[in-house]
Design a protein around this ligand. Structure first.
Ligand code: ZN
Ligand code: ZN
Length: 720
């Protein structure tokens, strides 16, 4: 291009435009070099196009350089570079550039308003919106849709804007303005207003309007209406896209309407939409949340030839909702990596939460190091919260706290997570300390915060403080106590031996207490040996939850404690007649990434002989320091000699898992054992002494909480 003619210049422009359209940075750059070196007179038109090229190819510094070198930038140059900064999230610089435009046009305003709107920053957006009218520019549909979307959390503003819209006749001119109104009204719970706007469009509505209305019905759990609207769309031959279909699916999911969802799935297959990844995500979400098996979800997943990240994330999240499928969630995550997807923050949050319920803490650690190596920023609060929860739930409170302390900022979820971690470990003092710190730094506690706070008080016997926080929750924060809060209170009173007060609280509840409240009292009765109240509580639990074997087992245990063997037999007979079985207890330990599961009197483990021998050895040692097997907990009638009872007792699953852990790890290494039921008193006692004689830290995570045994003591202070 050393020789210019109009012909080559036109070709040059066409080539540049094609580079912009195809984001072809390499060719574009050579064109730019050619342009600078050529004799083409500096053209603002070409400069602007080079800014656009760099912006499209996300080469911000080159875009800025080109802009700076443009001798007399016009409003189009400004708009292009502003849009480039907005695209990269650098809204402040964008705004500084905006302030320098000699005569901004409506596009300049709209770009910046939309940028603030997307970040939920309503005030700067409103100021700009007013600025448009101040300098006498004509508002357009885009200005209105953006400012309405920015006001989504302020229904008063939306109504005011709605008046402005109607006054100026913008609702007639632009469908997009009405669509924003429909969405915003719906998000604020005003379904009727949304419906009114939609109906008043009267033939001017476009596909987006229909979608917005279907979403609105879904948000208000009106799945049937959403479906009707969808069918109307089909009837009218309107263009149906995956967003419409996903909205209908969301409606069924929110309704937990499995049958309706299945029928709709049939329709989707007929229309050939079932292989779309976006629709597939909606289907998997529906199936996994409506009590279908994950096998069905997997089938849907496998039938989609072109998968995207959202689809993979939905699948991982589906698995992570089932505690027993945590392994599958991790496998699915690994499969995703294997086929070349780069996980985003959502993938990590899903797989980390699956690891929290997993039996093997090593998964969580591996995923954490993957997250650190990935290109997601390490300060994402949702990912960090998930990690803190994972470490706490896997019994590793130290790492949970370390991570919590290094987080650059905390939100209410972070605080709830760490407080719950301490409460679960029975470290009530630390839990309450963090709660008070939370109030100091002005993070508003939620109903969930108080469940942890109250359970921390219950687990540590702080009855007075618990009462104080319970009142604070109601009075200061206006939180209406729910069943969980009451059962914490009942648990707290019961554990402290205030059984009658606990019973009175249950009977004064403003609603039908249900089985959880009575079960809490039943547990307390066992601890304090009040059989009469226990029988009453057990009957109440069974009234609402007749297929639950736990109350029977609890009663049988209590009768056995009191040596009332006839009553033990009676309870057992009742259980047999109702076909109820005690949930078999089992304990597990993860060693070298393999989980070893033990049941009482286990005979299946390949090293079982060594384990029994080693256990005998340790038991002998702890007998020297005062261990006496608590045969009452063996639950079999004395055979006269007591040997059978002792044998059964010492072969409980948690003792076997602990023995195996000690046998297979290095001296001084801490071990973590999981148990599906509550730890029994005899094992608790024995493991305390074992921690002393072996000088090991032993953590047992049972169905209720963590017990960290060290130097002959447990963190629960025997208060559990
Ligand atoms: Zn035991
Ligand atoms: Zn304990």
């Amino acid at each position: 291009m050393y020789q210019t003619s109009w012909f080559t210049l036109i070709n040059f422009c066409q080539l540049l435009k094609s580079c912009i359209a195809h984001k072809n940075l390499l060719t574009g750059k050579s064109l730019h070099t050619l342009y600078i070196k050529s004799v083409i007179p500096p053209s603002i038109f070409l400069s602007n196009h080079f800014i656009l090229l760099y912006s499209k190819c996300r080469h911000l510094s080159a875009a800025r350089n080109t802009f700076n070198l443009t001798p007399y930038p016009n409003v189009f140059s400004y708009n292009t570079i502003i849009a480039a900064y907005v695209k990269e999230g650098q809204i402040q610089i964008a705004h500084q550039l905006f302030d320098k435009i000699p005569e901004p046009d409506i596009v300049s305003f709209n770009t910046l308003i939309a940028a603030y709107a997307n970040r939920g920053e309503i005030w700067p957006a409103l100021k700009l919106f007013d600025g448009i009218r101040d300098i006498g520019l004509e508002l357009d549909g885009f200005s209105f849709s953006s400012i309405i979307s920015a006001s989504v959390n302020n229904v008063l503003l939306i109504t005011q804007l709605h008046c402005l819209v109607v006054k100026g006749g913008y609702d007639v001119l632009y469908a997009s303005v009405n669509n924003s109104l429909v969405s915003c009204y719906s998000k604020n719970g005003f379904l009727n207003e949304a419906k009114r706007v939609f109906c008043e469009m009267n033939g001017r509505e476009d596909e987006v309007s229909w979608n917005a209305m279907i979403v609105a019905y879904g948000q208000h759990k009106e799945g049937v209406k959403a479906l009707e609207l969808f069918q109307e769309m089909v009837k009218r031959g309107l263009y149906i896209d995956m967003y419409t279909l996903a909205s209908v699916l969301t409606a069924f999911t929110s309704l937990v309407d499995r049958l309706g969802g299945l029928q709709f799935h049939g329709q989707l297959i007929k229309m050939g939409f079932n292989s779309n990844p976006h629709v597939g995500s909606g289907l998997i979400d529906l199936y996994s949340k409506c009590g279908c098996s994950m096998l069905d979800c997997k089938k849907i997943f496998e039938e989609i030839p072109e998968r995207d990240l959202v689809l993979w994330n939905t699948m991982i999240s589906g698995y992570s909702q089932f505690e027993e499928l945590s392994e599958e969630a991790v496998t699915c995550f690994r499969d995703m990596l294997r086929v070349g997807y780069r996980p985003d923050d959502c993938s990590f949050v899903c797989v980390i939460s699956a690891c929290s319920s997993s039996q093997s803490p090593s998964h969580g650690k591996q995923i954490h190091s993957l997250a650190l190596k990935s290109d997601i920023p390490s300060n994402l609060i949702a990912v960090n919260n998930a990690l803190v929860a994972m470490y706490a739930k896997c019994g590793n409170l130290q790492d949970a706290r370390r991570l919590f302390d290094t987080m650059p900022e905390h939100n209410v979820v972070s605080l709830n997570t760490i407080i719950d971690g301490y409460a679960q470990h029975g470290l009530g003092h630390e839990a309450l300390h963090l709660f008070n710190w939370m109030l100091e730094i002005d993070i508003m506690p939620t109903a969930i915060t108080f469940i942890s706070v109250l359970s921390a008080c219950a687990h540590t016997g702080k009855v007075e403080e618990g009462q104080k926080y319970f009142d604070m929750m109601k009075r200061k924060f206006g939180i209406v106590p729910e069943a969980e809060h009451y059962s914490c209170m009942i648990d707290m009173l019961g554990r402290a031996g205030k059984l009658l007060e606990a019973e009175q609280l249950i009977e004064s509840l403003p609603y039908n207490p249900g089985s959880i409240a009575w079960a809490a009292l039943l547990g307390a009765c066992r601890k304090h040996g009040n059989i009469d109240l226990a029988v009453k509580a057990a009957n109440q639990v069974l009234l609402t939850d007749g297929s639950n074997p736990a109350p029977y087992v609890m009663l049988a245990n209590m009768f056995a404690d009191a040596e009332r063997w006839d009553d033990v037999a009676k309870v057992r007979r009742l259980m047999r007649n109702r076909n109820l079985r005690k949930k078999p207890g089992c304990s597990w330990i993860e060693l070298n990434k393999k989980v070893h599961i033990f049941v009482a009197e286990d005979a299946s483990h390949p090293m079982i002989r060594e384990i029994y021998e080693y256990l005998e050895e340790i038991l002998l040692k702890i007998k020297h320091v005062g261990y006496v097997p608590d045969v009452r907990l063996a639950l079999v009638k004395d055979d006269g000699i007591g040997e059978e009872r002792v044998r059964r007792l010492v072969h409980h699953s948690e003792k076997l898992a602990v023995a195996y852990g000690l046998l297979s790890t290095k001296e001084g290494e801490p071990i973590l054992v999981g148990k599906n039921l509550r730890i029994c008193g005899d094992c608790h006692n024995a493991i305390k002494l074992i921690s002393a004689v072996t000088e090991r830290e032993i953590t047992v995570r049972d169905a209720r909480r963590f017990h960290c045994f060290k130097d002959g003591k447990c963190t629960c202070g025997d208060y559990w």
